[in-house]
Ligand binder design. Structure first.
Ligand SMILES: [Mg+2]
Length: 377
């Protein structure tokens, strides 16, 4: 649940002391083409020193960036006029932003594709690629995470505003830009970006949960149904081997009946743990049914899988499981299927699982706690 904690934390705004916005509400920063009166704070307040690199993060407890805490808000500033760029960059840096600059849309687009920006401020009128074309290009990339974009323009007619926003800009500011307004609008952007990021994390967590078995923490059957057909197709197309092991805990019903379901659950968890510790990181462990597990071994033929299965069988049988009901000796019957060579072109999930199932059946019938093999070629 740590991700949730992180997510909710991200929604907090940074302390207002880290933002000099509002310090000079009257100053227009892009109208005169001259640096604003940066050394003359209004209202008799002391100059706001640029924060040290880690001051902003420290003051906000790492919340300013949304996530991760070690990064800062990165703004891509796009303007063809060097003076305007520098003036605004200075303001943004003073406000704690990390700023990169581009002189036209084409350059900006290249930087957006490779850089990690959360915000972009772009001029409209530029050579090569203008701000509207840049916004359209950025949105057509469908880039994630989202980049909140503010378009700067001297055009303030309704038609122009509509054109700017339709191109994919999230907001627009008419020149001359007022510092306090710019900062307020960037704060809105930060809220949107943070929210989008939180939603994405929650979605990702939900996706993980939907393919995880809640009891054992290993993948569930849904994951197998989603991923195995792709893995089989991939292996068949590129002439690679693949194999699967099915494992059914012996006499599991007796454990449940004798010691109760809670104890049965403990055994299943422990079995999953022991199986997981006996496979490679690239193999997938799935809880297939009640007391049935499946291991999918990519890049492995059936002979290799049989060796792996024998190893897993020994691991389970080697020592009893310690549970709240005492030490319980648990074994399992294994069924292995796959190909001696590459995966055949007519391979299917159903065929592979049916053969594993048959092999498990053979193991059960010949005394349990053993490995049987049912090749597909
Ligand atoms: Mg321009």
């Amino acid at each position: 649940m740590s991700q949730y904690a992180q997510v909710s934390g991200q929604l907090a705004e940074p302390p207002s002391g880290t933002q000099p916005s509002g310090m000079r509400p009257e100053s227009s920063i892009l109208s005169a083409g001259q640096p604003g009166p940066e050394s003359e704070p209004a209202h008799g307040m002391a100059p706001d020193p640029a924060p040290a690199p880690d001051t902003v993060e420290a003051a906000s407890g790492g919340l300013l960036s949304g996530s991760p805490p070690e990064s800062r808000w990165r703004v891509l500033l796009v303007d063809d006029e060097a003076t305007q760029r520098l003036i605004m960059a200075r303001l943004l840096r003073r406000a704690g932003y990390e700023v990169e600059m581009a002189a036209d849309g084409r350059q900006a687009l290249a930087m957006l594709e490779s850089g990690d920006f959360q915000l972009m401020i772009t001029d409209w009128e530029m050579p090569e690629m203008d701000g509207v074309a840049l916004c359209s290009a950025l949105r057509s990339l469908r880039r994630q995470p989202y980049i909140y974009t503010v378009l700067l323009t001297a055009r303030d007619s309704i038609e122009n505003v509509v054109t700017g926003l339709s191109s994919g800009a999230d907001d627009y500011l008419t020149k001359p830009v007022v510092e306090a307004e710019l900062m307020a609008r960037l704060n809105t952007g930060k809220r949107i970006v943070t929210l989008e990021r939180s939603l994405r994390l929650v979605n990702e967590e939900n996706r993980q949960l939907s393919v995880t078995d809640p009891l054992t923490g290993v993948h569930n059957r849904r994951h197998l149904m989603e991923q195995l057909p792709r893995a089989i197709e991939h292996a068949a197309r590129y002439h690679r081997p693949l194999a699967a092991i099915m494992c059914d805990v012996d006499h599991f019903k007796n454990i449940n009946d004798t010691y109760g379901h809670q104890c049965g659950d403990e055994v299943l968890k422990a079995v999953a743990q022991r199986l997981r510790s006996g496979i490679r990181a690239v193999d997938w462990l799935i809880r297939y049914g009640g007391e049935e597990f499946v291991v999918v071994l990519t890049e492995t033929n059936i002979s290799g899988a049989a060796v792996a299965a024998e190893n897993l069988r020994e691991r389970l049988a080697a020592e009893p499981f310690v549970s709240s009901c005492g030490k319980l000796a648990v074994t399992a019957s294994f069924g292995v299927s796959g190909w001696h060579g590459e995966v055949s072109s007519d391979a299917s999930l159903d065929g592979l699982m049916a053969h594993c199932d048959m092999a498990v059946y053979d193991s059960k019938n010949s005394g349990r706690n053993r490995v049987s093999v049912a090749p597909l070629d």
